[in-house]
Design a protein around this ligand. Sequence first.
Ligand code: FAD
Length: 474
Amino acid sequence: MANIEIAKGDRGMAAVDAAAIDALKSQLQGKLLQPGDGGYDEARTIWNDMIDRRPAIIASCANAADVQRAVSFAAAHGLLLAVRGGGHNIAGNAVCDGGLMIDLSPMKAVKVDPKSQRASAEGGVTLGDFDQGTQAHGLATPLGINSTTGIAGLTLGGGFGWLSRKFGMTVDNLVSADVVTADGKSVRASATENEDLFWGIRGGGGNFGVVTSFEFQLHPVGPEVLCGPIVFPAEQAKTVMRKYREYTATMPDEMTVWALLRKAPPLPFLPEEVHGKDVVVLAACYAGAVAEGERLVAPLRGFGDAYGEHIGPAPYVGFQAAFDPLLTPGARNYWKSHNLMKLSDELLDIVIDFAAKVPSPHCDVFLAQMGGQISRMAPDATAYHHRDANFVLNVHGRWETPDGDEKGTAWARALFNAAAPHATGGVYVNFMTQEEGDRVAAAYGPNHKRMVQLKKKFGPTNLFRLNQNVDPAG
Ligand code: FAD
C-alpha cells in the first residue's frame, strides 16, 4: 500500500503508511476524514474566513478514547497537530495545512447537576449549548458574549464575559478537567490531582494537552437579568466615553458595561435613518436583582441624547446570543488587542478618531470592562496572569472579501500602534492573531517561566504547538 505524505510538527513531511491510517480509521468511533470525504470541508472551516487550510487527515472524535488514539498517532509519527474546539479563535490554529487535525465538535454533551451546582461539558460544546443547559436550572458560569464560541478554547485562554466581574474568569470557575496529554494518556486535573497541570490549563491555552471534558462551578443567575444596549450619536462620543469612565469606576461587581464604537447596525429599536451612522453603544448587564439593576443603569441615560435603547429585563440566555448577528461566521477578521489600566483622555480620543474612519461597516472597537472578582485572584494563582487590567481594548477589523484585507489590517494595526503608549503591554491570549507569537511571553508575564517548565514536563517535543505557543526550549 502507498504511503501518504503528512506534514511533520518540526517541518518537513512524514511518509505515513496508508495501512496505519486505515488502522486508525477502524479504531475511531468517530470518523477519519480525508480531502474529498463528506464532512471534510465542514470540519476544516472555522469562524474566521481568512483561514483556509487543508489538513491531510481529520480525526472527527466521538469521545475521549478517540482523542487518545489521534494524539498517540500524531506523537508516534511526529505529525503537525491542530486541535479544534469551537473553531472561533481568530488566529486559526484550530486547523493546519497538511497535518492532522483533531476535531472535537461532535463531542457536545453537557451534564448539569443542579444539586451540587456543577456542570460538565465536552470539548466540542459551544457557549450557547452550555448556557441552554445550565439556564434550564437558573444557573450559569461566566462565559463570553457570543454563543457560537467554543467552551474549550475560551476556557483554556481564561474566559470572561458579563458575569466575570461578579464570579471571576471562566478558569476561576473550573473545578476539574480531563486532559489527554502528549503521551496519549487521559488524566484528571484539579486542585487535588495533577495540580501543576490544572494551574497550566487555566489560561495556558492548548499547550499542555487536549481537554476532553471540563467541570464548572455554577451560580444562580436570572433566568431574567437587567440587560441591553443604549446607543448614542458618535458626535457625543467624547462626553459619553468620559462619563462611561467615571461610571464604571463606581459600579458594584454585579454591573458590567462594555462600550462599542461602530456604525449602527439595523437594530429594530433604532430609527431607520440612524442605521449605518457612527455610534457609541454601551451594553449593560446586571447580574443581580432586576430592580437594583434598573436603579443602577438609570445614569447611563443621562450620558447624552441617545438615538435609542433596549435596556430592560430579558432572559440571560437570550442576552448571551444578542451579539451573534454582528459576529456571524464567514467574514474576514483581523483583531488587535491591548490590556488597559485606565481610559485616559488621550486613549479615548484615539479610539474615537479611528472609529470614525473604519474601512468597512462591519469593523468596530470595543472596550470590555474587567475588574471586580477577576482582579481579586493572585496573578500567579492560575496561568492567566493579567488580573490587574481594568479594561480590554479590542480592535475588530472585519470585512467581507479578500480585497478588503490590506485596508482592514492596516486600520487595525494603526489603531493598535496609536493606542500602545496608553496600554499595559499585556494582552489576553485569546485575542491574539497568529503573527503575534512574540507577544506570548507578554501575555503570560512572570507566569511564562513556570509555563516553560510545565511544557517541558507535559510536552517536551512540543506536540501541541499550534496555539499561542509556549516552547519547551524556552
Ligand atoms: P478554537 O479555534 O477551536 O480553539 C482555539 C485554540 O484552543 C486551538 O487552536 C487549540 O490550540 C486550543 N483548543 C481548542 N480546544 C481545545 C481542547 N479541547 N483542548 C486543548 N486545546 C484546545 N473570549 C472571551 O474570553 N470572552 C468573549 O466574550 C469572547 N468573545 C468572542 C467573540 C468572538 C466573535 C470570537 C471570534 C472570539 C471571542 N472570544 C472571547 C475569544 C475566544 O475565547 C477564543 O477565540 C477561543 O479560543 C475560542 O475557543 P474555540 O474553542 O471556539 O476556538
